[in-house]
Ligand binder design. Structure first.
Ligand code: GTP
Ligand code: MG
Length: 268
């Protein structure tokens, strides 16, 4: 019996949302993995869509805009309470906070649990106790503060201590795009793309103030997390048809396929 209300139409993903920059994407395929599409059509997604809730943690320096990103009304309004205007006052997150967001991907209900962690040093040890069991890690930096980009590597290292680097999806997100001039942005993006490639993370640049790319970004997180979950589920249940061929490293479109982490993966 399904006690939950149907997913709103705007949260229904029938197609794979595309990446922002091909140079730093988890994969650049236009469609969902064929095995995932097939499994969804045949209702073979296992625990995905029934009991499973995917945990996503959001980390990064203090005041880079993690809470504003998670609460950005450009994506969530009118599904849950949001202020009419963007909140310019900084209120530090103390420890952690979380929000549950429901989607429907390829006809399958899918829930993301977004964990908003504190960037302030004094709350870090509380926040880090919630890192475990993440399926995706979103590392946020301020596009106007190069130090916050440099610190992303440490945030990632800390988050990976509590998680399995071979299966977790990584997103590197530059925030406050509205505050950069085009010339400043271009310079920062060059560095950010390099860091994203080193981390094997997918790069995004957003503004929670104007809403630029916020919706696209979260839909991409939902879609790729879903895809990875279904593939992992299929692998676990050993559903592999006779004649299936496993191709390794034969696809130039896939930036990160050579990495050992992509073993279970969302890449056709
Ligand atoms: N101009 C602009 N300001 C932003 C944006 N996102 C966040 N801010 C501002 O940045 C400040 C910090 O935002 P928060 O979302 O609270 O930052 P945080 O990363 O959650 O901070 P901690 O909880 O301390 O880790 C606030 O004053 C926001 O109004 C943005 O996209 N554009
Ligand atoms: Mg916060």
């Amino acid at each position: 019996m399904n006690l939950l209300a149907p997913v709103r139409r705007d949260r229904v993903l029938a197609e794979l949302p595309q990446c922002l920059r091909k140079e730093a994407a988890l994969h650049v395929h236009k469609d969902f993995h064929p095995r995932v599409t097939g499994a969804c059509q045949e209702h073979r997604t296992g625990t995905v869509g029934r009991f499973k809730i995917s945990k996503v943690i959001v980390v990064g320096d203090l005041s880079v805009g993690k809470t504003c990103l998670i609460n950005s009304q450009s994506i969530w309004y009118p599904f849950r309470f949001c202020k009419d205007t963007f909140d310019k006052n900084y209120k530090a997150t103390i420890g952690v906070d979380f929000e549950m967001e429901r989607f429907e991907v390829l006809g399958v209900p899918f829930s993301l649990q977004l964990w908003d962690t504190a960037g302030q040093e004094r709350f870090k040890c509380i926040a880090s106790t919630y890192y475990r069991g993440a399926q995706a890690i979103i590392i946020v930096f301020n596009l106007n503060d190069v130090a916050s980009l440099e610190h992303t590597k440490q945030w990632l290292a800390d988050a990976l201590k509590e998680n399995d680097p071979s299966s977790v999806l990584l997103f590197l997100v530059g925030s406050k795009k509205d505050l950069s001039t085009p010339a400043q942005y271009v310079l920062m993006e060059k560095d950010a793309l390099r860091v994203a490639q080193e981390m094997k993370a997918e790069y995004w640049a957003v503004s929670s103030l104007t809403g630029e790319n916020v919706r696209e970004f979260f839909f991409r997180v939902a879609a790729l997390t879903f895809e990875a979950n279904v593939l992992a589920e299929l692998e676990k249940s050993g559903v592999r048809r006779i004649g299936d061929v496993v191709r390794i490293n034969s696809d130039d479109n896939n930036l990160y396929q050579t990495a050992s982490k992509k073993k279970s993966t969302c890449c056709p």
